[in-house]
Ligand binder design. Structure first.
Ligand code: SF4
Length: 172
């Protein structure tokens, strides 16, 4: 028992430090972008978030943050660009996170946030958006099977955050 006590103490301390780190990242995100209050369940703002995976859709990804609003878990994606309206590709990325989170946490994910430098948008993760993600995924897999898909960039960081990474043979 005496040998286990220090181990439990170390594990408890590590878990406390991790939770402090996550809440402090979430607090800075809230302050910086004026997001609503909500407990942070996950944060990749410092690049240390684990990869979230969906076995059902063969998707994986790392949202910048997951916050709890009311009874819902909400994905948050932070972009470094300005935008007068949310880009469709960013909405699809958010919807892909929603699909992953629904499987992982067994809960509804009805909306999410995309935060640009000049403003943030609440995006409803409706059936149309979800269908578009799944169609894009099917199309990408068909193109990969045909050998037609070609990567159009050389940014490792982009691939490391891509929801389609698991099924992509051209990932960097
Ligand atoms: S090449 Fe990279 S960014 Fe493009 S689909 Fe594959 S993993 Fe995603």
């Amino acid at each position: 028992m005496n040998e286990i006590a220090p181990l439990l103490f170390a594990l408890g301390t590590a878990s406390l430090l991790l939770s402090i780190k996550i809440s402090s990242a979430a607090r800075s995100l809230r302050l910086r972008y004026g997001l609503p209050d909500g407990d942070a369940l996950y944060s990749d703002l410092s690049g240390s978030g684990r990869v979230l995976r969906s076995e059902r859709y063969h998707l994986s990804g790392k949202p910048d943050s997951i916050i709890k609003e009311g009874r819902h878990l909400i994905p948050v994606e932070v972009k470094s660009s300005l935008a007068e309206k949310p880009y469709r590709s960013h909405q699809l990325q958010l919807a892909a996170y929603g699909l992953i989170m629904e499987e992982l946490y067994r809960t509804d994910v009805p909306y999410g946030y995309i935060v640009y430098r000049n403003r943030r948008y609440r995006i409803e993760l409706n059936d149309d958006l979800r269908d578009e993600v799944l169609s894009a995924l099917d199309e990408m897999r068909r193109a990969l099977r045909r050998g037609h898909a070609q990567r159009n960039h050389s940014q490792k960081a982009r691939c490391s955050r891509c929801s389609f990474r698991r099924g992509c043979k051209q990932a960097l």
